[in-house]
Design a protein around this ligand. Structure first.
Ligand code: ADP
Ligand code: ZN
Length: 728
């Protein structure tokens, strides 16, 4: 780390979209590299980091001074290296990377007292809707403190409503120091006795964490085998060494359950980092990771960009989950970035999953990752028995999706007071709304997508852009009245059918859009797990890690759904999803059964799911991808051009495909331009080019040089996705 005396030239990276460092003079008192600073830019003041020495070459009289050094721990060199390498890998401009690393409000404000508000003891003299919202908000966030503005905004009331409640003692007002360290976690607090198999898995991981060297372990084990217990042992080791640990989870809805587990294991709650955390807590977590006042962070993918002082372990739970891939702004995969960050700072990475991604499987096969496997479920729990229901042999009236065989199986569970889960990976009531008079299907005006009917919301919703509109009375095309009909099932429609078939049963629907908040959803899930429902109808949400001990039957309504996509990962996704869903059954003493409704029982993917031959499936899938030269055995980059002007995107796309010299130099091919699978989103036409190269080829460098040859109008946007996960 170098120090710059007052007046020395420094190169500052700002969060503004500029393609280079800007020269400034170091302020009074000088500054170090890594210092967070405020600098003048035109008439504005912007945030930046002293990145390097200045370039020079400008008239020294015109170079302005840094305004001030912020009172925040300077960025460590390791973080600079991480952001630089991540930017190179994802072909992202550095300012955008810096924005990811500074997502904390008031980052440079001095520590001080601030007034906070939390739940008090009193009762209000009078109940109003606004007051009730404040009280609900306080209850929803437990004991958390808010600033006045935050609380008012979250509750959707004016600050005077909160102040009124303060007078009555319903809300407590207190002064609290900002940014306190988090409670210390005790690695020896509440460990469980591991089974011999779990111990054998935990030992090498603990040793790897203790070594202080970089390494990655793939921790593979069926749902319920104790992966979480095992990686908490690694966290304990990391804490005992005095280093920081990060656990990434794919869903905010899973955090609450996990935090409780951490508290049981380590005696205190860790820091949290995700979109559901208040600004005040965000700022605290950001500062405390830098100062060492947070030893464990539990969060979403963006927690990888926190300024850890000494990161020793990163756990990526459910590492195959697609939510780790960010697909707007900066395109990155948190799993890959975790490995990158750990390799720079000497940390260990644990990738935990029952159904790893093919990428991780291949890295373990190649010996790049270590692998530990938990084969048995903890306690008496067994993997469910899996069978296909051949839909070609079932007789079903139209607009019904539960086959007689599945119906019988559910009835048996009802008689035995056990739970059943019916799984369909489609939100809403029906995917298509069709006019029976003219055949018109209602689509989104901004996108190339159908509108999905959501009866619960009483609206049509576009799953691409989120646009909603009321269900029209007449067909928008032929104006015929009362001829619009739903086609195909969604989770809400399946619930309707279930209620008609099993009128006595208590039915619960689990779909991410039916709940106001993550907490409401979590509470609902807990009640279901305790037995407050006989039949659970769920979307993908239920596949992710929740425990339902009374569940003994899983019925997959349409196992073929995922096999139809053009996506190269369609088979892998279906395999993972079906196994995850099936894993929900039989988690306690009773063995479970999973029934897959399919029209293609002989499809290789369905056969692999049924036989449970995981390695067989991976090997076949790997061979196929190797043959096709696609990831993980080849490299790909997806380039999407979008513009309101369709001619513009095709013109640029065609020019790009022709001038492919830099790509040809590395033996890469470019495909397209073609309309992207979703050819229009939010009124922008989308055209896609796909670059394919050999595994070892320097794709990023070639793509950067290729793109740099072109200029485009301001209305046109270009996004680059290295190792694309989805192809939309
Ligand atoms: P996974 O993460 O693989 O799904 P978990 O770690 O969540 O598995 O374990 C499943 C359940 O079994 C949890 O309730 C967990 O607390 C319990 N469990 C697992 N291993 C043990 C153990 N050695 N002692 C006590 N309970 C255990
Ligand atoms: Zn739309």
């Amino acid at each position: 780390m170098s120090f710059f005396d007052e007046g020395a030239l420094v190169g500052v990276l700002t969060t503004q979209p500029l393609d280079r460092l800007l020269d400034y003079k170091a302020p009074e008192g000088g500054c170090h590299t890594g210092a967070f600073v405020e600098v003048p830019l035109g008439p504005r003041k912007v945030l930046g980091v002293v990145w390097d020495k200045g370039q020079g070459g400008y008239d020294p009289a015109k170079v302005r001074s840094v305004i001030r050094v912020l009172d925040a721990p300077p960025m460590r060199q390791e973080m600079q290296a991480f952001l630089t390498r991540a930017a190179e890998y994802t072909i992202t401009p550095m300012p955008a990377m810096l924005r990811l690393a500074t997502r904390s409000p008031g980052l440079g404000d001095p520590p001080s007292m601030r007034r906070v508000y939390r739940a008090g003891q009193g009762e209000p003299d009078r109940h109003t809707a606004a007051r009730a919202r404040v009280m609900d908000t306080l209850a929803e966030y437990g004991g958390l403190a808010f600033t006045l503005g935050e609380l008012a905004e979250l509750a959707g009331v004016s600050t005077s409503v909160v102040k009124g409640l303060v007078k009555q003692g319903v809300v407590a007002e207190e002064d609290s120091p900002r940014d306190l360290p988090f409670p210390v976690l005790d690695p020896g607090h509440g460990g469980v006795d591991l089974t011999p198999e779990q111990q054998a898995a935990a030992d090498p991981i603990r040793a790897a964490v203790a070594s202080g060297d970089y390494g990655t372990t793939l921790l593979k084990g069926v749902t319920g085998s104790g992966k979480t217990e095992v990686y908490l042992e690694a966290v304990a080791e990391c804490l005992a060494k005095g280093r920081q640990a990060l656990v990434l989870l794919p869903e905010i809805a899973l955090t609450a359950e996990f935090l409780t587990r951490v508290e049981k294991r380590f005696g205190a709650r860790p820091a949290e980092w995700h979109s559901g955390v208040t600004m005040t807590e965000r700022r605290r977590t950001w500062k405390m990771t830098a100062e060492g006042g947070a030893s464990l962070v539990v969060g979403a993918r963006s927690a990888l960009f926190l300024p850890y002082r000494d990161l020793g372990l990163v756990v990526v739970d459910e590492e195959h989950d697609t939510s780790y891939k960010q697909e707007d702004g900066v395109f990155y995969n948190a799993r890959d970035m975790a490995v990158l960050r750990a390799s720079i700072c000497g940390a260990h990475v644990i990738l935990a999953s029952a159904t790893p991604s093919l990428e991780s499987w291949a890295n373990a096969e190649a010996g790049k990752y270590s692998r530990v496997t938990l084969a048995a479920r903890f306690g008496a729990a067994q993997m469910p028995d899996m069978r296909a229901i051949d839909m070609r042999d079932e007789t079903l009236p139209s607009s019904r999706w539960i086959s007689p065989s599945l119906q019988r199986a559910v009835t048996q569970r009802l008689e035995r007071a056990e739970q059943s889960l019916l799984f369909i990976n489609r939100r809403g009531y029906a995917p298509i709304t069709l006019c029976r008079a003219c055949g018109h299907q209602i689509g989104c005006e901004n996108c190339d997508a159908r509108m999905v009917e959501h009866r619960f919301l009483k609206r049509l919703v576009c799953h691409q852009c989120g646009e909603t509109k009321p269900m029209p009375e007449a067909c928008p095309s032929c104006e015929a009245k009362d001829r619009l009909a739903p086609v195909g099932p969604g989770v809400e429609r399946l619930a309707e059918e279930t209620a008609a078939l099993f009128p006595e049963a208590r039915i619960a629907v689990l779909s991410s859009d039916l709940y106001g908040s993550a907490r409401a959803l979590k509470e609902h899930i807990l009640k279901i797990a305790e037995g407050q429902a006989d039949i659970i109808i769920g979307t993908q949400l239920v596949a992710k890690g929740h425990n339902f001990p009374l569940l003994t039957l899983v019925g997959v309504i349409d196992a073929d759904l995922g096999l139809q996509g053009s996506d190269l990962r369609a088979a892998e996704r279906t395999f993972q999803l079906m196994r995850q869903v099936a894993g929900r059954a039989g988690r306690a003493e009773k063995t479970g059964t999973a029934l897959l409704q399919t029209y293609q029982p002989d499809h290789p993917v369905i056969r692999a799911i049924l036989s449970g031959d995981e390695d067989g499936f991976w090997r076949a899938e790997a061979a196929e991808r190797q043959h096709a030269g696609v990831p993980p055995y080849g490299r790909m980059a997806g380039i999407v051009l979008s513009s309101p002007n369709v001619q513009e995107v095709f013109d640029l796309g065609t020019r790009m495909a022709r001038k492919d010299g830099p790509l040809r130099q590395i033996g890469a091919q470019v495909f397209g331009p073609a309309p992207a699978p979703i050819a229009r989103i939010r009124g922008r036409h989308r055209v896609r080019l796909l670059v394919k190269a050999d595994k070892g080829a320097p794709v990023q460098d070639a793509v950067s040089r290729w793109i740099a040859q072109f200029k485009w109008p301001a209305t046109l946007r270009v996004s680059i996705d290295i190792d694309p996960q989805s192809f939309y």
